[in-house]
Design a protein around this ligand. Structure first.
Ligand code: PLP
Length: 381
């Protein structure tokens, strides 16, 4: 094999973050459960000293995440996706200005509102599918950060990442992208020039609904050093067990994403033709507002669907109650298919329809998934 041939993302998911082939070395890295590390004298800055600042099990996962996102540096793992978002937003000075999606992950919006109340942060919500409007908001006043999420949770709007990053940089505004939905299999924001990538590792990257973890990835050494210092100071660190499980889950990322998004496209098409369905949102549908852009910019349409059954909130709740295989639960990106009505949360954006169900398609057999959904929808009569 020519070592200069770039490896595919599916291969990297398996190989990244592993030690070089050394005779007798363990193929799978150990879980290092240690609060401190043997040291004496003046620290060099390279060796692990204390468990809040460094842990070799984090480092394996961080190396893998950096590789998968095409970063020049390893990522940084934190205790949750929200801890990662909190660390990223801490870079905005008091009274600073952030332009962000009106349909960002709901707690991103809640955190921005909290920062607005406590530090005077000015949060400007925009429709990130509208490139002109988003850039106009960035240019309107000096802006400290353009926060993007694409596709958005739960409305699945697709942002024109290259155009937005270029436009923001022209205005001197750095760009952070929550890449949780797309995963690095479908989208590498750093390739488009974004400054920072944020992940809820809890979702697709770990993929088994058994842990909560977050990550930050950047190619900028100064930015990484600031975020690293923030993590050590504020202490929102990953548990070594969670980091180890996440790396184990990451090995099958490409397989899981391929399977679940293929099934999601089949289900989207069938749902769109079902008489008890008012609207289906999935970028795979040629009629979906995000279709053309997703086809151009993403390597895959993803496996989250939006579904509005005929009959409003009562019908949506009835579908959640009637499914047997699909799990009624919040979260997404696990091997298990899940669904929920998003507006049951008071913190969800009011522009998200009351009767919208968010479906996260897992890796079960697509015919089993369809049969369960169809019986639930048929039951609406
Ligand atoms: C779940 C989620 C988060 C929050 O991550 P946690 O790991 O739950 O803290 C952030 N962004 C998106 C897009 C998410 O889906």
């Amino acid at each position: 094999m020519n070592p200069s041939t770039p490896l595919s993302r599916a291969t990297l998911a398996v190989t990244a973050g592993r030690p070089t082939h050394e005779r007798g070395a363990a193929l799978s890295p150990p879980v290092v459960l240690s609060s401190t590390f043997v040291s004496s004298g003046v620290p060099t800055g390279d060796e692990p000293l204390y468990g809040r600042a460094a842990n070799p099990t984090w480092s394996d996962l961080e190396a893998a995440l950096g590789t998968l996102e095409d970063a020049a540096l390893p990522g940084l793992v934190l205790s949750s996706g929200m801890a990662a978002i909190d660390a990223a937003l801490s870079l905005v000075p008091p009274g600073g200005r952030v332009v962000l999606p009106r349909h960002a992950y709901q707690l991103t919006g809640v955190l921005a509102a909290d920062l607005a109340a406590r530090t005077g942060l000015r949060a400007v919500p925009v429709d990130v599918a509208d490139t002109e409007a988003t850039l106009a908001a960035v240019r309107a006043e000096p802006t400290d950060l353009l926060w993007l999420e694409s596709p958005t949770n739960p409305m699945l709007e697709v942002a024109d990442l290259p155009a937005l990053v270029a436009g923001a940089h022209e205005a001197g505004t750095p760009v952070a992208v929550d890449n949780t939905f797309a995963t690095p299999i479908a989208q590498r924001p750093l390739e488009h020039g974004a400054d920072l990538v944020v992940h809820s590792v809890t979702k697709y990257l770990a993929g088994h609904s058994d842990l909560v973890l977050g990550a930050l990835v950047t190619s900028d050494p100064d930015l990484r050093a600031r975020l690293h210092a923030h993590r050590t100071l504020h202490g929102a660190i990953a548990g070594p067990w969670e980091a180890w499980l996440a790396l184990r889950g990451l090995r099958t990322l490409a397989l899981r994403v391929e399977r679940s998004q293929a099934s999601a496209a089949v289900l989207a098409a069938r749902l769109a033709a079902h008489p008890s369905v008012v609207e289906v949102r999935h970028p795979s549908l040629p009629t979906d507002p995000g279709h053309e852009r997703a086809a151009r910019l993403l390597d895959g349409f993803g496996s989250v669907l939006g579904l509005r059954p005929r009959g409003g909130v009562a019908a949506a709740d009835a579908v959640v109650d009637a499914v047997r295989l699909w799990v009624p639960a919040t979260s997404l990106g696990g091997v298990e298919s899940m669904l929920e009505r998003r507006r049951r949360f008071a913190t969800e954006a009011e522009t998200v329809p009351e009767d919208l169900l968010r479906l996260s398609v897992g890796i079960e057999d697509v015919e089993d998934l369809w049969a369960d959904l169809a019986q639930a929808l048929d039951g609406l009569g």
